[in-house]
Design a protein around this ligand. Sequence first.
Ligand code: C5P
Ligand code: MG
Length: 215
Amino acid sequence: MGTVVDAPVVQIEEKDASQNVLGGKKVTVVFVLGGPGSGKGTQCTNIVEHFGFTHLSAGDLLRAEIRSGSENGNMIQNMIKEGKIVPSEVTIKLLERAMLENENDKFLIDGFPRNEENRAAFEKVTKIIPEFILFFDCSEEEMERRLLGRNQGREDDNIETIRKRFRVFVESSLPVVEYYNSLGKVKKIDAAKPIPEVFEDVKVIFSTFNAKKDL
Ligand code: C5P
Ligand code: MG
């Protein structure tokens, strides 16, 4: 009879972010998280310019999907109007397609994963592990001020939907940040500061990635 000592040692394979492969290419993914109006999009634009990443905003991809007349368009539009989170399947397909269509191998994924379902499904479907999570920390008061002032013609930038988005952020998105924090993967930024100061802090975090030569 075999004893416990004879039992084969099961080696749990630890996959890390350096082994991400998508469509035959190695990819680096940074998740950019933070409440609505915390400045994710603004800082992503800066990171793209300085560090050669491609910016993929989950919200922008969903809005483009509505405009494209997709069969999911109505459903997505209704979810966005209510500040609710679109089923992961839809969002992940858009993100995956955008990464496959792009020649770059460094991606900032902004506004995703927004809840536990987003996180687990992305990991399961793409097998991609994020390099780290860039987290923009900002008070609701400041975020509300920015959202009401930005006037981008977005249907969800009204006070009623903003409040719903804040609630979803606290209830569904913050737990994802906490999960990654428990893995030591969160790099937190004070996002209440003016844009150039926030970018100074962002630059320190991205300094391990080569800055583009012309900048
Ligand atoms: O990130 P952004 O503020 O552009 O997102 C706008 C809306 O898009 C969210 O409030 C939500 O309704 C939808 N969204 C989503 N799932 C994501 C990202 C955004 O459902 N991962
Ligand atoms: Mg945005």
